[in-house]
Design a binder for this molecule. Structure first.
Ligand code: PLP
Length: 378
C-alpha cells in the first residue's frame, strides 16, 4: 500500500538529530519558554521574512490569539473562506466574533476577492485568507480591500510553510499570520505546535503577553491572558526540521510536476498554480465528478488517498447556530463532493510516484470519466 503520507519514515530519517535535540533539552533542565523557543522563533521569523515570530501551542491558538491581540471580539465580523479546515472558523468563534463565510475561486480554491468585497459590512474587522493546500491566496487585491476599509488581514498559513507570492513568503504577506506545526504539516513537530509571524512590533509584544497568562514579568499580569506556549522539546525538534524544509518542499514540487505532466486528459481537474505563486504543495488535490468511486478503486489498487475536506464548516453541526443550509455556498459544497488528495510527501519515491500514476491512469480509464471540460465546474 502506498500511504497518503509517510510521517513515520520522515521523522525516523532524522532520528539521531532528533534524539540529540531531545538530549540537549533534558540536559538544560528548562522545559517551557527557554532558549530553544527563543532560537526557533528567530529562525522561523527569518525563514518567513517577518520581523517577529511568537511560538504558541497550536495553529488554532495562533489564529485566535492574533484576533485577541487586535481586540476583535463580540459584535465584530471576520471574513473567512467557506472552503477550509474548521479551525479557521473556530478561531473567530473563540474570540467571540462572527465568522462570515465567502466562496472560493474555482481556479485555486482560495478566497475570491470579489466575494470578500461583497461581504464587508460596518461590523467587519478582519479578513482571514487561508493559503489552502500550500498555495497563497490573491494577497494584492485582499490587502488593497483591507487598506480601503481599514481591516486587518490575518493569514491562515497552516498549510503554507515556505510558499511564496512574488518572492514574499507566506507569513509576511498580511498583517499577521498563524502557522500550525501539527505533525502532518509541511513543517511538523512531534506533537502539537504553532506560531504567529508579524512585522508589527506592538502586536508581537501583546502576543508574547497573551500566550503567557497576560504576563511579561513573572507574577505580574497585565491582562487576562492564556496558556498557549510551545515547549522546549518541540522547539528543539522544529529547529532540526526547519533546516530541511526547503529541500522537502523542493521534493514535493518534483512530485507535483510529475503528477501534472502525466495525469492530464483523464477526466480529472488538476491543480492550477497562479503566476507569481510558488506553492509548497502541502496537498496535491484533484477533482473528479465520481470522487468516491475513484477513492475506493484507488484503495483497492493499493493507493491511499484522502479527502480535504468532506464536509464544509457551514454544514457542520457545530455551526448549525449560524443558520447556513445545504445550497448556501454551492461552489464550496461542490468542491467538498469532488476533491481528492493524492499521496504527497518528501519521502515518496520515484517508483511510488510511478505506481500512483499508473494506478490512477488505469482506474480513471475504467471509470470512463467525462472530459474535464464537461465535468461539474459549477
Ligand atoms: C491544521 C490547520 C489549522 C489548525 O492547526 P492546529 O495546529 O491543528 O490547531 C488551521 N487552519 C488550517 C487551514 C489547517 O490546515
Amino acid at each position: 500500500m502506498i500511504p497518503f503520507l509517510d510521517l513515520k519514515g520522515l521523522n525516523l530519517s532524522l532520528a539521531p538529530e532528533l534524539q540529540a535535540a531531545s538530549a540537549r533539552v533534558l540536559e538544560s533542565g528548562w522545559f517551557v519558554l527557554g532558549q530553544e523557543v527563543e532560537d526557533f522563533e528567530a529562525e522561523f521569523a527569518d525563514y518567513c521574512q517577518a520581523d517577529h515570530a511568537i511560538a504558541v501551542a497550536n495553529g488554532l491558538d495562533a489564529l485566535h490569539l492574533i484576533l485577541r491581540a487586535y481586540d476583535i471580539g463580540p459584535g465584530d465580523e471576520v471574513i473567512v473562506p467557506t472552503n477550509t479546515y474548521i479551525a479557521t472558523w473556530l478561531a473567530v468563534s473563540y474570540a467571540g466574533a462572527r465568522p462570515v463565510p465567502v466562496e472560493p475561486l474555482l481556479s485555486t480554491y482560495n478566497m475570491d476577492p470579489a466575494a470578500i468585497e461583497a461581504a464587508i459590512t460596518p461590523r467587519t474587522r478582519a479578513i482571514m485568507p487561508v493559503h489552502l493546500y500550500g498555495q497563497t491566496a490573491r494577497m494584492a487585491p485582499i490587502m488593497a480591500l483591507a487598506e480601503r476599509h481599514g481591516l486587518k488581514v490575518i493569514e491562515d498559513a497552516a498549510q503554507s510553510h515556505g510558499a511564496s507570492q512574488h518572492g514574499r513568503r507566506a507569513g509576511s504577506l498580511g498583517h499577521a499570520a498563524g502557522f500550525s506545526f501539527y505533525p502532518g504539516k509541511n513543517l511538523g513537530a512531534l506533537g502539537d505546535g504553532g506560531a504567529i509571524t508579524t512585522s508589527d512590533p506592538v502586536l508581537a509584544h501583546r502576543l508574547r503577553r497573551l500566550r503567557n497568562y497576560g504576563s511579561r514579568t513573572k507574577y505580574q499580569n497585565d491582562e487576562k491572558g492564556f496558556n498557549s506556549r510551545l515547549d522546549e522539546l518541540q522547539a528543539a525538534f522544529l529547529r532540526v526540521k526547519l533546516r530541511r524544509l526547503d529541500d522537502w518542499n523542493q521534493r514535493r514540487r518534483q512530485i507535483a510536476e510529475r503528477y501534472l505532466a502525466t495525469l492530464d486528459g483523464l477526466g480529472l481537474i488538476l491543480p492550477h498554480v497562479e503566476p507569481g505563486n510558488v506553492t509548497c504543495w502541502h496537498l496535491f488535490v484533484v477533482r473528479c465528478v465520481r470522487r468516491d468511486e475513484l477513492h475506493t478503486a484507488l484503495l483497492e489498487a493499493g493507493v491511499q488517498t484522502a479527502i480535504h475536506y468532506p464536509i464544509p464548516p457551514h454544514l457542520q453541526p457545530a455551526y448549525a447556530d449560524l443558520g447556513h443550509t445545504e445550497g448556501s455556498f454551492p461552489l464550496s459544497e461542490c468542491l467538498h463532493r469532488e476533491v481528492l488528495s493524492l499521496p504527497m510527501g518528501p519521502t515518496l519515491s520515484d517508483d511510488e510516484v510511478a505506481e500512483v500514476i499508473a494506478a490512477i491512469t488505469r482506474v480513471a480509464t475504467l471509470l470512463d470519466l467525462p472530459a474535464t471540460t464537461a465535468s461539474s465546474a459549477v
